[in-house]
Design a protein around this ligand. Structure first.
Ligand code: PRP
Ligand code: URA
Length: 212
C-alpha cells in the first residue's frame, strides 16, 4: 500500500493487542463495543495532526503568552450507519463538542453494491474538517459512495477512518478519492466470495449491536 501517499496504516503495539481481542469470535458485544471505541480514540490522536489551530493569548501566573487551540466548531464526525456509530464515542473522547452527521448505507448482500438510505449533516459542514468513520473498509463501495455524498454537499476536508481494511477497499478509495487521507488501524489479507474481510472480525454491525 506504499504506492498510495494518502493511506496511513497504523503499526502500534497497543492497537495490535486490542485488534487481536476484537477479532476473537468469543469476544462479547460489550467488550467488542469498548474496543472499537478505544481503537478509534487512538486513531483520532494520530490522524488529527493537521487540525486547524488558532492563536490565543493566555495569561499564565507569570506573563502573557501566545498559545494555540483547536478552532471552535471546526470538526464534524460522520459515521456510516450502522457500524460507524460504534466509533462515534471514540472520536468524541478527543473532540467532545464535534457535531455529528449520519449517512445510512447498506450493502446489498448479493451484489455487494452500497445503497444510501439516509443523510443528515450538520449545518456548515462544508467548512469543517470531517471525520468519516466506518470500522470496515471491504470492497470500498460504501466509503466511496459516502465520500461522494459528502463532496456533493460541499465538504472539502475529509478524513476516512476505518479499523480494518482489505487491500481492495484501500485501492478503491485511494484511486477514486486521492485527495482524502485514509487512516486504517490494520490491513488484512483480502476478501472472501461474500465480500467479508479475511481474517477480519465478521460482521461489525452485528457484533456491535447483537443482531443475527
Ligand atoms: C458494513 C460496514 C461498511 C460496509 C463495508 O456495513 O460497516 O459500511 O459493510 O463494505 P464495503 O466496503 O464492501 O462497502 P453493512 O452494509 O453490513 O451495514 P451495517 O453497518 O448496517 O451492518
Ligand atoms: N462488513 C463487515 O461488517 N465485515 C466485513 O468483513 C465486510 C463488510
Amino acid at each position: 500500500m506504499k504506492q498510495y501517499k494518502n493511506v496511513f496504516i497504523f503499526d502500534h503495539p497497543l492497537i495490535k493487542h486490542k485488534i487481536s481481542i476484537l477479532r476473537d469470535k468469543n469476544t462479547g458485544m460489550k467488550e467488542f463495543r469498548e474496543l472499537i471505541e478505544e481503537i478509534t480514540t487512538i486513531m483520532t490522536y494520530e490522524s488529527m495532526r493537521d487540525v486547524e489551530l488558532v492563536p490565543v493569548e493566555v495569561e499564565t501566573p507569570l506573563e502573557v503568552t501566545t498559545q494555540y487551540r483547536i478552532a471552535e466548531d471546526s470538526i464534524a464526525i460522520v459515521p456510516i450507519l450502522r457500524a460507524g456509530l460504534g466509533m462515534v464515542n471514540g472520536v468524541h473522547k478527543v473532540f467532545p463538542t464535534a457535531k455529528v452527521g449520519h449517512i445510512g448505507m447498506y450493502r446489498d448482500e448479493e451484489t455487494l453494491e452500497p445503497h444510501e438510505y439516509y443523510c443528515k449533516l450538520p449545518e456548515g459542514i462544508e467548512n469543517k474538517m470531517v471525520f468519516l468513520i466506518d470500522p470496515m473498509l471491504a470492497t470500498g463501495g460504501s466509503a466511496c459512495d459516502a465520500l461522494n455524498a459528502l463532496k456533493k454537499r460541499g465538504c472539502k476536508k475529509i478524513k476516512l477512518m476505518s479499523v480494518i481494511a482489505a487491500p481492495e477497499g484501500i485501492k478503491a478509495v485511494a484511486e477514486a478519492h486521492p485527495d482524502v487521507p485514509v487512516y486504517v488501524s490494520t490491513l488484512d489479507r483480502g476478501l472472501n466470495e461474500h465480500g467479508y474481510i479475511l481474517p477480519g472480525l465478521g460482521d461489525a454491525g452485528d457484533r456491535l449491536y447483537g443482531t443475527k
